[in-house]
Design a protein around this ligand. Structure first.
Ligand SMILES: Nc1ncnc2c1ncn2[C@@H]1O[C@H](COP(=O)(O)OP(=O)(O)OP(=O)(O)O)[C@@H](O)[C@H]1O
Ligand SMILES: O=C(O)c1ccc[n+]([C@@H]2O[C@H](COP(=O)([O-])O)[C@@H](O)[C@H]2O)c1
Length: 196
């Protein structure tokens, strides 16, 4: 394990059922705009709010198929931590890597749903959060309960490069060129078979 003490690491959690170009877009944007040293792709064993997912291993394979660029890796810490809840993972990371600067990354749809996650306010207080714009989600995310409740803790996108050094709660909203890809659309397309 490299010395993580002075690193800035993006935690990119997802079901990845399957992983797609939109995920790559998010991870690349995080690496670039947040000035991160690495992005760790954390395949969720089972999102507590989603129906039963295909096997962990099969979803890891879909991430591998993206051929992640340098400074990105698949991390199994969430699977190994034996929990499906983000707060448990973040607390165990804090114990294990007390001085590493982690940022939790998520799409605008998840930011909007954050109050449904277990101990969501503790998640907000654990590490800075980077929200990445997603088609159709921007207005909803900006008007969401999380955005309103944490309005004073929002860091302007202009200073996104400083997010990892800030003390949570703190979040920024990255308005990048949008990427329309979604796992739902890919699954729907696979279900209907190839176009003739
Ligand atoms: N095109 C995209 N633009 C921005 N964020 C995205 C995009 N696709 C996925 N994300 C974000 O990546 C993370 C993992 O997403 P996930 O694996 O659930 O993919 P998904 O396409 O949203 O899947 P599904 O359609 O099954 O819900 C989430 O935080 C999600 O918001
Ligand atoms: O902790 C929770 O209650 C919780 C509820 C829903 C989603 N999450 C996490 O959100 C991340 C994105 O999930 P998904 O399915 O939208 O890709 C992933 O890391 C999940 O573990 C976490």
């Amino acid at each position: 394990m490299p010395d993580l003490a002075h690193m800035k690491i993006g935690l990119f959690g997802g079901s990845f059922n399957p992983a797609h170009q939109g995920h790559l877009h998010v991870a690349k944007a995080g690496l670039r705009e947040l000035g991160l040293d690495e992005v760790w792709w954390l395949v969720s064993p089972q999102n507590p709010l989603k129906p039963m997912q295909p096997s962990y291993e099969s979803r890891v394979e879909t991430v591998k198929a993206l051929a992640l660029p340098p400074r990105m890796k698949i991390s199994h810490i969430e699977r190994d931590s034996g929990t499906n809840y983000t707060i448990d993972l973040l607390q165990s990371l804090k114990r294990r890597y007390p001085v590493t600067q982690f940022v939790f990354m998520m799409g605008a749809d998840n930011f909007q749903q954050l109050p449904k996650w277990r101990k969501w306010k503790e998640i907000m207080s654990a590490y800075p959060i980077a929200v990445i714009a997603r088609p159709g989600q921007s207005i909803k995310a900006r008007l969401s309960q999380t955005a309103r409740q944490y309005a004073d803790e929002r860091l302007s996108e202009t200073y996104a490069g400083a997010l990892a050094e800030m003390t949570a709660p703190c979040w920024t909203y990255l308005t990048l060129p949008l990427d329309n890809t979604s796992s739902t659309a890919i699954r729907a397309k696979l279900a209907t078979g190839p176009e003739l």
